[in-house]
Design a protein around this ligand. Structure first.
Ligand code: ATP
Ligand code: AH0
Length: 383
């Protein structure tokens, strides 16, 4: 059978731009094959980024303003899908995650979760003339799940190993892990995954704070590497209840966003840290929150930790993780043939492909849903 050409579109909690992957997919789950033909990140304009961040952070705006942001995101996503196809045969399917602007985890059985991604799939289908699957999280949430993380099942089929236990650690704005036991008869039910807490969100906000917005992130982690972590502060911050909550769990900028950063800056005042020390301290919080969550919530440490997401390019953070994990080697998915920068976009292409052939996309043991669900709403090509 001919492989299906699919575009994956994703803009994550860093709101830095639209990660776009053009892939060829064949097989189902166990025989899944994915080849990346092209990958590109198309940045948002500074104004649109500001509006999206403002909306997420609770800036008061009218419904008309929200509609304009929603439309602008859909147009940008459609444009990204058009651009990525230049020089290639046309895709027949798009999987669009959209732009998360709000995420509320469920509260037991009392209150379902709520997760809002803007950039309507129907608009993208209309503008591109390509059938588009979008709104992936709602079906899992309706089944009492968190609606996140959704990438673990894709990780399972692309990165699991017959003998090794692996942790696939995404470091985006928020961090999330997929724990993959060695592939055996009942391995799928033993996969775990959760949001570990802050990835780059606090680091990025701190860099913007110290540079009055002239820099948006700590390139390579060089600035943090020139400072020294303040461990009493790291300990204090690690006592936050999120880090002690057992999975399934998910979070977002609602918790680890600007208000959290302001609290951290206030906590740091008595220690009179300079900016480098503060960044080193936030980096240490990120690294330790990841490693502690493995120690607290996994049956045992994995054989390998494999990083992806923009934070995998932060050498200082990567080195700190390696030091804390001792003899467990830390690498990136690039070394396993899967682009660390585009893995999430690729995953939403796969989830759309699965939706189209009626393969469920969530793992109930990860999201907490009571059953497997078909993820995503299909918007036909209206042309
Ligand atoms: N060279 C680099 N050095 C240090 N950090 C980097 C580098 N490149 C990217 N980053 C970090 O990665 C972030 C973007 O990561 P990514 O695109 O994976 O996040 P996201 O997909 O928006 O988030 P999420 O996975 O939470 O949805 C940037 O905001 C920056 O903090
Ligand atoms: C609501 C939302 O967009 N959550 C994202 C976010 O970014 C990282 C972490 O928090 C993750 O759980 C999730 O995304 C990935 C793609 C997922 O669903 O697997």
């Amino acid at each position: 059978m001919q492989p299906t050409r699919v575009i994956g579109l994703m803009s994550g909690t860093s709101v830095d731009g639209i990660d776009t992957a053009l892939v060829e997919i064949s097989g189902g789950d166990l025989d899944l094959k994915v080849e990346l033909l092209a990958g590109e990140t198309y940045p948002y304009s500074p104004q649109l980024r500001e509006h999206i961040l403002g909306l997420g952070a609770g800036t008061a705006m009218s419904m008309a303003d929200v509609a304009a942001i929603d439309d602008a995101i859909a147009h940008n996503f459609a444009q990204a899908a058009q651009h990525i196809q230049i020089g290639h045969h046309r895709a027949t399917l798009i999987g669009s995650h959209g732009q998360t602007v709000y995420h509320r985890p469920p509260q037991g059985l009392e209150e379902l979760g709520y997760s809002c991604q803007l950039g309507r799939g129907a608009m993208i289908a209309h503008l591109t003339g390509i059938t588009t699957v979008s709104n992936f999280r709602i079906a899992d949430i309706a089944a009492y799940g968190h609606g996140a993380p959704l990438v673990p099942k894709v990780d399972a089929y692309l990165l699991s190993h017959p003998q090794e236990k692996r942790c696939i650690q995404n470091i985006g704005g928020i961090g999330n892990v997929t724990y993959l036991p060695a592939r055996s008869d009942d391995w799928l039910s033993q996969i775990r995954g959760w949001d570990t807490g802050p990835g780059n969100s606090l680091l990025d906000l701190a860099v913007q704070h110290f540079t009055s917005g002239t820099k948006s992130y700590d390139n390579n982690g060089d600035w943090a590497a020139s400072g020294t972590p303040c461990y009493p502060l790291v300990e204090q911050w690690l006592s936050h209840e999120y880090f002690h909550l057992p999975p399934p769990k998910s979070t977002g900028r609602e918790l680890f966003g600007i208000t959290y950063l302001h609290d951290c800056l206030q906590d740091a005042q008595p220690y009179q840290l300079n900016s480098a020390d503060f960044l080193a301290t936030i980096t240490e919080l990120t690294a330790l929150s990841i490693v502690h969550s493995y120690d607290n919530f996994l049956p045992r440490r994995p054989h390998k930790v494999i990083l992806c997401g923009g934070g995998s390019r932060n050498s200082y953070l990567k080195n700190r993780l390696q030091l804390l994990l001792g003899n467990v080697p830390v690498s990136t998915t690039d070394e396993f043939g899967l682009s660390a920068a585009f893995k999430e976009a690729i995953a939403f292409a796969v989830l759309a492909y699965w939706r189209n052939i009626n393969i469920p996309g969530n793992l109930p043991a990860v999201t907490g849903a009571y059953q497997e669900m078909l993820l995503g709403e299909i918007h036909d090509n209206y042309r």
